[in-house]
Design a protein around this ligand. Sequence first.
Ligand code: NAD
Length: 320
Amino acid sequence: MVNVPNIELNDGNKMPVVGFGLWKVSNDTCAEQVYNAIKTGYRLFDGACDYGNEVECGQGVARAIKEGIVKREELFLVSKLWNSFHDADQVEPITKKQLADWGIDYFDLYLIHFPISLEYVSPETRYPPGWYYDGESEVRHGKTSLESTWKAMEGLKKSGLAKSIGVSNYSGALLLDMFTYAEIKPATLQIEHHPYFVQPNLIKLAEQHKIAVTAYSSFGPLSFIECDMKVAEDTPTLLEHDIIKKAAEKHGKTPAQVLLRWATQRGLSVIPKSNSPKRLAENLDVTSFDLTSDEISQISDLDRGLKFNVPTNYGIPIYV
Ligand code: NAD
């Protein structure tokens, strides 16, 4: 089994460098996939309220623990606070609901999913609530500042419901603002990161403040083709790119492994998603070889500032 290294977070907790991303993992197969991923050697699972599969994730975890394959303390379970639960008095109740869905009593890491507050929708009305107040098209902004949400997140760490806390989809400006009020700095920043969207200065800022960066959508357009996004369909796939393919051939690895190694070798963690057992194993083996510094720079030079995960598509103008 592949030995995945840990990185030490700024609060002393240790996080595996490679994990399994749970977005778009279907409810039918999720429990089995999580169970199989644990058997393959995955220890970090990146979930969220919004992915709508936390019950099934928990079932996969419970089965692996029951069969003695892994202990709870060997796993690193991540979840995220959805936008409509940003009100300070909603943070703890929804975290407890999410923990109950997973069947666990703490998250190893809990993140603010997006830096935007939407109006509260009760879990009884619809769960997960998604982007729209009415479940169809109506955007209702909330009235909660990110500062008050973060204070409530700090409460989760203090009460032990989350061992570490962090943020996702934050810009440099939001991080700098956060440093003026955070009593506890975020342990991690999870961002879209692939050769078409590198964000070197955001990563540098995070590093300066000892915030570990996790890359999502490491294969660039591939994940968004599944969402029928035209710009993703029109963008050349990274797995077929000459520079990536050449490095893969040289190192006897696959293009996917080169893309993941490009991130891990630069100190980032990765959370690829795959439904295939072969790729699952392949994606875990991304720390055992080194790209040359030339290969790293050539891949970084593919940067086009092209972000695929833009909530503007849902009528939410966060990055405009
Ligand atoms: P990803 O970059 O992991 O790509 C998934 C796609 O790549 C799938 O089509 C899969 O079949 C394919 N793939 C996976 N391994 C492969 C391999 N070895 N060879 C060839 N193809 C392969 O995409 P993602 O799901 O967008 O991102 C990963 C995870 O990041 C998500 O599951 C989720 O946990 C997290 N995420 C977080 C946010 C956020 O807002 N915080 C947003 C998007 C994703």
